[in-house]
Structures are given as C-alpha cells and as structure tokens.
Design a protein around this ligand. Structure first.
Ligand SMILES: Nc1ncnc2c1ncn2[C@@H]1O[C@H](COP(=O)(O)OP(=O)(O)OP(=O)(O)O)[C@@H](O)[C@H]1O
Ligand SMILES: [Mg+2]
Length: 402
C-alpha cells in the first residue's frame, strides 16, 4: 500500500515548471524576441491558443526563462478586466510586487511614492492604489512610466517582460486596440531604446477583434500559436509526473493514457490525477487506467462538456440526438468517426429536422469536426474522452429513466 498525499497533476492550473513538456519551437522563437528586447528593441507578441490548450503554462515557463536572461518578468491576469485603468493598475501592482524584495525596490517605490501600501499581514504583500487621476496619467503615459521602471532597475535587470494573460474581455473594447496602437506609435517615435517585450495571451478570435477595431495594429504583433501536444510529449509528461511521486507505469498502461489524452493537456492532467488516486500498489497497470479514464470522463463531462455542451444545448431534442449518437458509437465498438446518414436513420422526424443545426453547433463548440480524410458527410469526435463522457451521460439518463 502506497500512502498518497499529493498528486503531481494540476488539472486547471498552470503546470509547474519541472513538469512542463513540449512547445520547443515556440519557446525558441519567443526567447529570441525576448533577448532582442534586451538590446532596446520593443517587441510585441500575441500568443494564441484554444481554451485550456496550455497558454498560461507556457507563459509561466517563458517568464521563468526570461528571468534567467536578466529580465524583470511579470504575468498579469486580466480575466474580468474591462477598463484600461484597471489593467494598467494591475500591471504596475505586479511590477511592484515582484520588485518588493529586490535591491532596486527603493528606487521604484520612490517613483510611485505614496501610492503603494504594504500589507504585512501574511509576510510581504503589496498593493498599489493610485488615485483616479494618477491612474489616468499612467494609462496615457504608459510608455514613459514603463521606460522609467526599466531605467531604474538597471544594472540588475536588462529589460522587462510583461505578459498580459486572458485579454479576451478587454480586447473586445475599442479602447484597448486604440490605446495599444498609440502606445506602440509613441514608443517608436520617442524612444531609441525601449528594452521591453510585451506578450498578450488570448483565444485565436482575439485577432478578429483587433483587426475589427484597429486593423493596422495587427502588423505590430508576432503571432505565436500553441496547439495540441504530440504523443511522445504526452508520454514524457506522464513518465515524469509519475516518477516524481515514485510510481511506475507499465508500458501497456502508458499507451492507453497517451491515446485518451489526445494531445490535450487539460485531459492529460484529468486522466493522470484520476489514476494517481486510483492506483494502490505504486504501479500503474491497465485496469488502473481503465478506471481512471472513467473517473476522468465523468469529471471532464461535469467541468468542460456540461458548461460547453449541455448548457449550450438546452433543447431536449439536441440532448436526445447526442445520446443516440453516443449509443450508436458504443454499439459498433467505440470509434470516433460517424456517418451522418447512419445517425439520421435512428432519429425521430423532429430530430431529423434539427440535425444539421445540431452538427453545426457541435462543431462550433469544439466537440466534433468534419472528417476531411473520409467520405463526405463523415464527422469525428475531437477526442475519445468526450465520447466516453457522452456515453456516461446517456447511461446515467437511461438508468434514471428506468
Ligand atoms: N506544456 C505543458 N506540459 C504539461 N502540462 C501542461 C502544459 N501546458 C498546459 N498544461 C496543463 O494543462 C492544463 C491547461 O493549461 P493552461 O491553464 O496553461 O491552459 P490555458 O490555455 O491557459 O487555459 P485557459 O484558456 O483556460 O486560460 C493545466 O492543467 C496545465 O497544468
Ligand atoms: Mg490561461
């Protein structure tokens, strides 16, 4: 019996640096830009990727590397932020926080004078509360304020790396695009030396928002995209994570974990976490994985498919189609592919009437895609575990109905 207290898996949170896998080309490219920023050339990167694909984890890893390259790095989350004032306040608060215990802190805090509050309740904590007018000033003179900080942290640091994560909400406002454009323009006209790299992170739609609001801004960004992980990277992840807690993984078990993860980091962590708690003897075997996949499918159903699919498709007709789809996959030894005509044959006339809409909606929600390699009218599930989740929902529904 192995005693367990802490899972190495972190579903829903950025991965710790030592378990980070893959993304080597993106890393190389970004590091090149980050280093270039040190020479005084301003850099603007946009990191794009679907929900849960690993953007924040990647940013965390890059911040870590940038630190080693002597850049002061901050990772600012702008999830629900809708105003430039709050955005800028958070950026400076973060900069002050990471500087708090550093040798240049005096110089920075001097600059912000009385607007910083030390809250020493639980160790060292700082908050930055400028007045409305002062915040406006920081928004309007962002270029100068940032350049000023870069100047003050010399010689310890040779530049700044600022990550603005989850910009989807704020990027929908025209304010943001216009502000960023004028910031970049001011830097270009007023500064020969601006050792600052800014990386924005958002869903791929961000580009559409921006180009709608401020078409010329698109040219400013280097776009870097994050996609699914490769199977060998997923394998590497599982072996490192289990090794960290002294658990062995049998090869046959490993290949199932890799298959079900389908390159999606979120799913990989859900599966790993479930297996970690299920295993009792310190060796992951096939039956641990089978049980683990079921538990993970249940969690994924609740956490991702529920909000994504079941809530989006309130219509009972859609749900019933989804169950029939799941069951028909089950009856022909689970397969990710299905033919539209095969499913139509199982539907009621009302369901048939909305089937095209249903397929389109499922496509938009990222559950299925048209399978370009097979004949027309063939679709496939994006990954196995969605299918397993859907099957579980339909089994549950059937047992409730009984
Ligand atoms: N390169 C990686 N190696 C190992 N695990 C990863 C990697 N990237 C992401 N993960 C894991 O995948 C999950 C999703 O990652 P993360 O939160 O970074 O994605 P995200 O794209 O920022 O998501 P969101 O769109 O919700 O902001 C987390 O559990 C994280 O630990
Ligand atoms: Mg994120």
């Amino acid at each position: 019996m192995v005693i367990k207290d802490r899972s190495p898996f972190t579903p829903g949170n950025p991965v710790p640096v030592e378990l980070f896998v893959g993304r080597t080309t993106q890393l190389e490219e970004i590091l090149k830009n980050v280093k270039q920023a040190r020479t005084g050339k301003q850099e603007n990167i946009f990191l794009a990727g679907e929900r849960g694909i690993g953007k924040s984890s990647f940013a965390k890893f890059v911040c870590n590397m940038a630190c080693k390259e002597r850049l002061l790095s901050v990772h600012v989350f702008l999830g629900q932020v809708t105003s430039l004032d709050e955005m800028v306040r958070r950026i400076f608060e973060e900069l002050i926080k990471v500087s708090n215990t550093q040798s240049w802190y005096e110089k920075i805090s001097d600059y912000f004078r009385d607007k910083i509050q030390q809250i020493d309740l639980f160790g060292v904590a700082v908050s930055f509360n400028p007045s409305k007018e002062e915040t406006r000033e920081l928004v309007n003179k962002f270029d100068e304020a940032i350049a000023n900080i870069a100047e003050k942290i010399k010689p310890e640091k040779s530049g700044l790396f600022i990550v603005l994560d989850d910009i989807d909400t704020i990027s929908r406002t025209p304010d943001f695009a216009n502000w960023y454009k004028s910031f970049v323009d001011k830097v270009a006209t007023h500064f020969d030396y601006f050792p600052i790299c800014i990386m924005l992170i958002g869903l791929p739609e961000f580009r559409d928002n921006l180009s709608k609001n401020q078409p010329s801004l698109m040219r400013v960004f280097r776009v870097v995209e994050i996609e699914k992980l490769q199977d060998p990277e997923v394998r590497d992840f599982f072996s490192r994570a289990f090794k960290k807690v002294n658990i062995e993984v049998e090869e046959s078990a490993m290949s199932i974990m890799v298959k079900y993860s389908s390159g999606l980091p979120t799913i990989m962590h859900e599966i790993g976490d479930a297996i970690f708690w299920i295993d009792t003897d310190g060796i992951v075997k096939v039956d641990d994985v089978v049980n683990g996949v079921f538990v993970a499918a249940g969690n994924i159903g609740k956490k991702y498919l529920d909000p994504l699919v079941y809530r989006a498709i309130r219509s009972e007709k859609y749900r019933s189609i989804l169950r029939k789809l799941g069951e028909s996959q089950l009856s022909k030894s689970p397969d990710l592919r299905f033919k539209k005509t095969d499913i139509v044959a199982k539907l009621t006339p009302e369901e048939k009437g909305v089937f095209d809409n249903f397929l389109r909606k499922m496509g938009e929600l990222g559950v299925i895609i048209a399978d370009k390699e097979s004949e027309r009218g063939t679709y496939k599930f994006i990954n196995d575990i969605y299918l397993v989740s859907i099957l579980m929902e339909s089994l549950e529904h059937r047992s409730k109905a009984k």
